[in-house]
Design a protein around this ligand. Sequence first.
Ligand code: SAH
Length: 204
Amino acid sequence: MAREQLIPRGIHDQRVLDAMISVPRHLFVEDALQSQAYGDFPLPIGAGQTISQPYIVALMTQELQLKGDENVLEIGSGCGYQTAILAQLTGRVYSVERIKSLHIKARRTLDRLKFVNVVCKIDDGTLGWPDFGPYDAIMVTAASPDIPGPLLDQLADPGKMIIPVGDRYSQSLVVIEKNDGNITRKTIEQVRFVSLIGLHGWQE
Ligand code: SAH
């Protein structure tokens, strides 16, 4: 996976590559899909949701430039795979998922793999998670019509957020940086994510 899908496309952060190699992606998908878990494509995880292809997980993670002691917020736990990659690379991860069945499965897999530095909850992640902020890094793994205001407010200064922004079918992967009170925004890739559904996202 690293040699064929990640390194040739520009994933060069060795810590990210090591995390991608060490986290067992097949344990996050259902048994019937395990043989396809390392393929170069997204996979269904139930409830109409998907786990992103490995390259997109690695790319989004690399953009956050985690050093190991950040406080990270993830919106859209899904199966918990991206959560595990983040947890491997930093101190604490707070992850919010709106669908109960996915939250339960993600928590079970993260516990089984002994990720003790992850706190999960069921809620509308477009509201962020004010209790544990501000966050040095925020990753949103569902597509939003715009940047949810509460997430921008809960981003630390300095801080970095990555989020797919666009319409329901096609989005730009946007990296937001907060620095000395200034906000900068750059687009790195065209992507297709499932919708972020909530008060500051799409309606159901
Ligand atoms: N990172 C996940 C990707 C899951 S797909 C993984 O590795 O599996 C995106 C997830 O975002 C879905 O599980 C969806 O239910 C969730 N989601 C959508 N809107 C949300 C919201 N407002 N708050 C929290 N989670 C949300």
